[in-house]
Ligand binder design. Structure first.
Ligand SMILES: *Cc1c(COP(=O)(O)O)cnc(C)c1O
Length: 220
């Protein structure tokens, strides 16, 4: 068994333990294995070990890696977890099953256009900049609920959840709690939060999916 495959098993066991600890149903948290910077040869054993949900942060990198893997394993579910430029909306809609980073009007409009054009609708999350960090993508928390509503009412997009990346130097708990509160207000069911350093905590705060990279694939 490769190191990555044994680390995958470890992460899955820790998620299961965190679900039990939080009195949540077994299997209620989806593991998104973040494979950015790792190539197809690194990803393959993880797929062979049964993992089917993956995350990438760059459209172009994903285009070089995933079409062949998805052809081989049609049940793979690929998530875009990095910032989306509007000139990449076409490629993103074509390749990804879930886009987690809808965060502004222009992207919402562009995605709506591509979904209509391609007749293919990825599931969508709105990214919230819970720490209001100037360099970080995501809608401001105070605008998030209205933005979800505009995505639905103006652009006809089915937003199913919210996503956040807390500031790396802060306790993530309050950010997870804020995302949960905003999701309830927005009527969005799903919460994408928690990474290698804090995914067990995120499960305690109600994450429905966690995005784990280095704890599985190793340091980047
Ligand atoms: C890279 C990345 C992750 C995974 O980070 P790790 O700390 O390696 O688990 C999760 N979410 C996003 C948005 C990322 O870009």
């Amino acid at each position: 068994m490769s190191d990555a495959v044994s680390r995958l098993a470890e992460v899955k066991a820790k998620i299961a333990a965190a679900e039990r600890e939080a009195k949540r149903a077994a299997g209620s948290v989806t593991l998104v294995a973040v494979s950015k910077t790792f190539d197809a040869a690194d990803v393959r054993p993880i797929i062979e070990a049964g993992q089917r949900v993956f995350g990438e942060n760059r459209v172009q990198e994903a285009q070089g890696k995933w079409p062949a893997l998805k052809a081989e394993w049609p049940d793979i579910e690929l998530h875009l977890i990095g910032p989306l430029q509007s000139n990449k909306a076409k490629e993103a809609v074509a390749l990804f099953d879930v886009i987690e980073t809808v965060d502004r009007e222009k992207i919402a409009a562009e995605l709506a256009r591509e979904i209509a054009r391609q007749g293919k609708a990825p599931r969508l999350f709105v990214q919230v900049n819970t720490g209001s960090e100037p360099q970080k993508a995501g809608i401001e928390p105070r605008e998030a609920v209205a933005f979800v509503k505009r995505c639905r009412d103006v652009h006809g997009l089915a937003i199913e959840g919210l996503m956040c990346i807390p500031p790396f130097d802060e306790n993530p708990g309050p950010h997870f709690a804020l995302l949960d509160k905003l999701a309830r207000q927005a009527g969005a069911e799903k919460l994408s939060m928690g990474m290698s350093g804090d995914y067990e905590l995120a499960v305690a705060f109600g994450a429905t999916s966690v995005r784990v990279g280095s704890a599985i694939f190793g340091a980047r």
